[in-house]
Write a protein that binds this ligand. Structure first.
Ligand code: AHR
Length: 513
């Protein structure tokens, strides 16, 4: 009988019409257990292209307003999204970086070739002191990746002593000689980067042994307690995770995972950041949803060896990787950023939130001027990309309690393939407010959603939305506000239920009191 009614209703109103809502959310507002670590909203900045040089560092004598050589506009923008941590100096660069070249008087620092990124000369003017000054200006935690690929155990060990030791020692004294009396606090420490690739082309067994050796000499000085992060898998290399969990296990506090979304799925022709059709849009977002499977499968392996979930899965490189902008240095990985990329970021952040039982950190690549940047600069000019505005909307989830959500979603179809049109996560903050972040991936159709808030009496709902006329709209230096956040009034409360109408191709954040 039910089936008959359903078919009859569909015949009258059509499937997915706004009258016959197929979308349903059930939010268990009284069932939250896990905290969404603020470090899921972390960033990654490498010595690559104009990320560090031009992006953050302009030098003390620059006409661009700066504090000790670091751009004030960029610092302010990142503080506004509450950047919780910053990973540095790489990336592939980390395994060729010798930290002692980046301390002391700048005019005396040796130069090197940045072999990974464009073969340009690195003059080491941005080093340990400058990075840690940047983190202090940002009010965020530093995350440093040590050189395991071409460095030595001694070099890594001394770097930690230099930064964190308070007493009398050759390294602590050298730090003082270079102008910093007090040690810094650095908790997050990466032991190598992509050691299966640019970080040394190692096998997982070899790396696991190397990790144990290096990590032994990564000491805790005073009350600085290192959170050591082992180099994890690239994408779906589940064997890498298995071997490390078996052979390293409790000697690490975190295990990383790197995964980039390639629009076409083809590394040799990735696709343009701005010139793409709806089919490529669909493929890109369908590809990015693979992150959910990756996390679930890596997490399942970790669960076998670490059932108490003491080791964090750190997605410390992720984002969309497109072809570079025409005419730019291919080694600098400079790409524009569109509404599509904002939608992609919102989907991934929802995925990380929903697995915050295991995912303890994530770092989008790479903050300024590189890959899926949140900020682009051009000389003294700076703009905020659509992806920036997702971080602005989602900051409400930082350190909030995840709320379980059950989602029934309409499908977004293209060329016979289907993905869920709606993507969601929800949390409750310390003041008791609920925040729901929703994505409507479908660029052709608004979605109406019946939402049940179990265990919560809602009195008021407000919201913000990020959308634009076209999926490839982006912000440029001439038109920096094309894609921007606006107030959203497509959600209403009636009889204790929340009815939401999500416009097509949009990201929405709702606040419920
Ligand atoms: O983010 C660009 C590069 O991607 C990083 O240097 C490396 O770790 C990864 O392959």
């Amino acid at each position: 009988m039910k089936k008959v009614i359903l078919i009859f209703t569909m015949a009258i109103f059509g499937a997915g019409s706004s009258v016959f809502a197929q979308n349903k959310l059930v939010i268990s507002a009284d069932q939250g257990k896990e905290i969404i670590s603020k470090h899921i909203y972390g960033h990654f900045s490498e010595h690559l292209g104009h990320c560090i040089y031009g992006g953050y560092w302009v030098g003390e004598n620059s006409p661009i307003p700066n504090t000790r050589g670091i751009r004030n506009d960029v610092v302010k923008a990142l503080k506004d999204i509450q950047i919780p941590n910053l990973r540095w100096p790489g990336g592939c660069f980390a395994d060729e970086y010798h930290w002692m070249d980046g301390i002391g008087p700048r005019d005396k620092r040796p130069k090197m070739v940045n072999t990974n990124w464009g073969g340009v000369t690195e003059d080491n003017s941005f080093g340990t002191h400058e990075f840690l000054d940047l983190c202090e200006q940002l009010g965020c935690e530093p995350y440093i990746t040590g050189n395991l690929g071409s460095g030595s155990v001694e070099e890594m060990s001394k770097w930690i002593e230099y930064i964190t030791f308070d007493g009398e020692s050759p390294m602590a004294n050298l730090r003082r000689q270079n102008g910093r009396e007090q040690p810094w606090k650095v908790r997050f420490w990466g032991v190598g980067n992509e050691s299966w690739g640019c970080g040394g082309n190692m096998t997982p067994d070899f790396y696991a042994d190397q990790y144990r050796r290096y990590a032994t000499y990564c000491r805790d000085y005073g009350d600085n307690r290192l959170y050591k992060i082992a180099c994890g898998a690239g994408g779906d290399d589940y064997n890498w995770t298995e071997v490390l969990m078996k052979n390293i296990n409790q000697q690490m506090q975190g295990l990383s995972l790197h995964h980039y979304t390639i629009p076409t799925g083809d590394w040799s022709k990735k696709g343009s950041a701005t010139r793409f059709d709806e089919a490529e849009y669909f493929n890109t977002l369908s590809n990015t949803l693979f992150m959910k499977e990756l996390i679930n499968k890596h997490a399942a392996i970790m669960d076998q060896y670490d059932p108490q979930k003491q080791i964090g899965l750190m997605v410390d490189e992720w984002g969309i990787w497109t072809d570079v902008e025409p005419g730019t240095n291919p080694g600098f990985l400079y790409q524009q950023n569109s509404l599509r990329d904002a939608i992609l970021a919102a989907i991934n952040l929802n995925i990380f939130n929903n697995r915050c039982d295991r995912v303890k950190m994530a770092n989008i690549a790479q903050t300024v001027n590189v890959l899926q940047a949140v900020i682009l600069t051009d000389g003294e000019k700076m703009l905020l990309t659509p992806t920036y505005w997702v971080y602005y909307l989602y900051k409400v989830h930082q350190d909030a309690t995840l709320l379980p959500v059950s989602v029934t979603s309409d499908a977004y179809e293209m060329n016979g393939k289907k993905i869920d049109a709606i993507n969601v996560s929800a949390s409750k903050d310390a003041s008791g407010k609920i925040h729901i972040t929703l994505v409507n991936i479908d660029p052709n159709k608004a979605q109406t959603i019946d939402t049940e808030l179990q265990g919560f009496t809602a009195k008021k709902v407000t919201g913000k939305i990020l959308t634009s006329a076209k999926i490839n709209d982006c912000n440029t230096f001439d038109k920096p506000n094309t894609v921007n956040v606006k107030d959203f009034n497509g959600a209403e409360l009636s009889d204790g239920k929340l009815n939401i109408t999500l416009p097509s191709q949009s990201v929405v954040m709702l606040e419920i009191e």
